[in-house]
Design a protein around this ligand. Structure first.
Ligand code: KIV
Ligand code: NA
Length: 265
């Protein structure tokens, strides 16, 4: 396999090939995802919810992100690994943002970082890019600002917020970002942004007019039950399959059906 690079993604957009992206937070899952042919693995700060059970993405630390990312990197042979800069690791000033990005690159072996926001983080984005670290942007619904928004509903429905999003996307492209995630915005707006930029726009809840799609792996596999946004397509119901398997094991242990003659020494 040829390894995916940030340049491959821009090339894919140029030849109109859609980009596939999924989250992973650990070695075993990342190995399956990489082998199945995904282009980009995102070590998302959604690990805060999915792995740690927090209500928001805010509590996860840089050290915890590095732990998840290093586990993922050990598993992959082909995918590009993008790592989220967690809340608090880049907002205070560009120097801190660069220090955090450098730690991710050195200590996890990831290939790029992602951070949330537009003009508010412009100087940080530039500083990180100057160090040779590829940066992916993230606009629209930005979960690290949940307490500012108040809800996880669709963003940029009003003209003012839509215009800011377009300005921010253009700024991120000009600054040198290699791609941008657009989360939960109207499909029409997302398509417009994708068509006006040369870097790939990866959507989640942003319709099909963008250059690629990202989902949270555990949502796609149906391991999560409580989370039911309209944009989510579940490809399995692993929650039910796992429950069945585990309760069967419990039954077998209680009944001394497991282990059988062949399953012992
Ligand atoms: O953390 C995450 O999983 C993300 C994706 C939803 C884009 O940022
Ligand atoms: Na994230």
């Amino acid at each position: 396999y040829k390894r995916i690079t940030v340049k491959s993604l821009v090339d894919m957009k140029r030849r109109d090939e859609k980009i596939s992206m999924l989250t992973a937070y650990d070695y075993t899952m990342a190995k399956i995802v990489d082998a199945a042919g995904i282009d980009v693995i995102l070590v998302g700060d959604s690990a805060s919810n999915v792995m740690a059970g927090h209500e928001t993405t805010l509590p996860i630390t840089l050290d915890q992100m590095i732990y998840h990312a290093s586990s993922v990197v050990r598993a992959i042979t082909r995918s590009l690994v993008v790592v989220d800069l967690p809340f608090g690791s880049y907002q205070s000033d560009p120097k801190e943002a660069l220090r955090s990005a450098i730690r991710i690159m050195k200590e996890s072996g990831g290939h790029a970082v992602k951070l949330e926001g537009g003009k508010e983080v412009k100087d940080s984005v530039k500083r990180i890019l100057n160090a040779g670290i590829p940066v992916m942007g993230h606009l629209g619904l930005t979960p690290q600002s949940i307490y500012k928004f108040g809800t996880y509903t669709v963003r940029a429905k009003e003209e003012e917020e839509a215009q800011k999003l377009k300005d921010d996307a253009l700024m991120l492209e000009k600054a040198g970002c290699f791609a941008i995630v657009l989360e939960k915005v109207p499909a029409k707006l997302a398509k417009e942004v994708a068509e006006s930029l040369t870097i790939p726009i990866i959507g989640i809840g942003a319709g099909s007019g963008v250059d690629g799609q990202v989902l949270v792996l555990h949502d796609l596999l149906g391991m999560t039950h409580e989370f039911n946004p309209r944009f989510l397509r579940r490809y399995m119901n692993l929650y039910d399959d796992m429950s069945t398997a585990i309760s069967q094991y419990v039954t077998d242990v209680k009944a001394v059906d497991f282990p059988n003659e062949d399953e012992q020494y």
